[in-house]
Design a protein around this ligand. Structure first.
Ligand code: PHE
Length: 349
């Protein structure tokens, strides 16, 4: 019987050492140590032994059993490690493979211009302020010297929500808000950019568009003059639309400025020679501007004998059209990626 046990030990040890994977190892465990295993069978045969032999064989079987269990455990750990290493090897990421291309978005042309304008005016000491798009008749018109029934209201076809509330037709509404909020009467130098709404829709007009508004107010003795307005707008136009452009001031009418001007710039298409875009004049109208009307100062808490200043406003979408040569304003709103992709990092190149 001793012989038999030693033989079992020998063959099982060899088989365990040769086991290729965990499955084979488990089969070996069952084969030798399981309930119907070979060692268990030996133990069962012990009943035929003499009382003297029993403890000897018993302890031999136990020793072999312990030894095999130990070897199986060690082999199991080794196989597990090998399998893990194999997995790590097979799942290794090749960081030198080219990646799938992620598509980067780009800034909308209107956003680009707004950011450029804000940078420019902040560099000249202006604040950037905000106003509501749902505006009251009071701030959009009345406080800008446009009482109810004023004929100049017809210049801006509006979307009214109620009798008092409308979608603002001009960022000029923020002029009144800024003046009224400035109870300390500190100097005002502000611009505001944002959406405006009018009932119109064609290649150069959209029912929703964007405006920039500028307002400067200071004590009379500081002499904020038309010359300052001209100088400011010259910098504005040359930085934002084109360095070689000239400006032309034409007398015009706005209820909230007096005198009022429409400001033209050299036609960017023909350089001033005259073409179909500028209707052979060599000029394209870009801005509205003027000296703040005394009534507006008065209505918004300023004494016109003590304070004065200038204001200007223009459509940002039109500036975008000039700067990028866009022929139809509606492209700016239809969200066609083929259009938008063309502005991908355009100014940074
Ligand atoms: N708000 C005017 C418009 O929308 C533009 C403007 C602004 C004119 C400020 C003069 C001063 O047409």
């Amino acid at each position: 019987m001793e012989e038999q046990i030693k033989k079992i030990k020998q063959t099982s040890e060899k088989e365990i050492a040769d086991a290729k994977d965990l499955k084979v190892l488990e089969d070996l465990r069952v084969k030798y140590l399981g309930k119907k295993g070979e060692l268990t069978a030996v133990l069962r045969g012990m009943k035929d032994l003499t009382p003297e032999q029993r403890p000897v064989i018993g302890s031999l079987v136990n020793d072999v059993r312990d030894e095999l269990e130990k070897q199986i455990k060690e082999k199991e750990a080794k196989l597990k490690e090998e399998e893990l290493n194999k997995r790590i090897e097979s799942e290794k990421i090749d960081i030198t493979l080219p990646s799938t291309k992620t598509r980067r978005g780009s800034l909308h042309p209107v956003t680009r211009i707004i950011e450029d304008m804000e940078d420019l005016f902040v560099s000249m000491g202006y604040d950037v302020v905000q106003g509501p798009e749902l505006e009251t008749d009071e701030f959009c018109f009345e406080r800008l010297n446009l009482p109810k029934g004023h004929p100049a209201r017809d210049m801006q076809d509006s979307f009214y929500i109620t009798d008092e509330y409308l979608l603002r037709t001009q960022t000029s509404a923020v002029q009144a808000r800024t003046m009224l909020a400035n109870t300390e009467k500190t100097p005002i130098r502000m611009i505001t950019c944002g959406k405006t709404y009018r009932r119109e829709d064609d290649a150069t007009h959209s029912h929703q568009f964007n405006q920039i508004e500028g307002l400067v107010i200071d004590k009379k003795e500081r002499n904020v003059s038309l010359a300052d307005l001209k100088g400011t707008l010259e910098i504005f136009v040359r930085k934002i639309i084109g360095a070689n452009l000239d400006l032309r001031f034409r007398p015009s009418y706005f209820p909230f400025t007096e005198p009022s001007y429409e400001v033209d710039v050299t036609c960017f298409k023909c350089g001033g020679k005259g073409c179909n875009l500028c209707k052979q004049t060599g000029w394209i109208e870009v801005l509205g501007a003027g000296i703040v009307h005394p009534n507006v100062l008065k209505m918004n808490g300023y004494n016109p004998d003590e304070y004065g200043g200038f204001a200007f406003g223009t459509g940002i979408d039109r500036l975008a059209m000039f700067r990028y040569g866009i022929t139809d304003m509606r492209y700016l709103y239809t969200n066609d990626v083929r259009f938008l992709n063309q502005f991908d990092r355009k100014d940074e190149e």
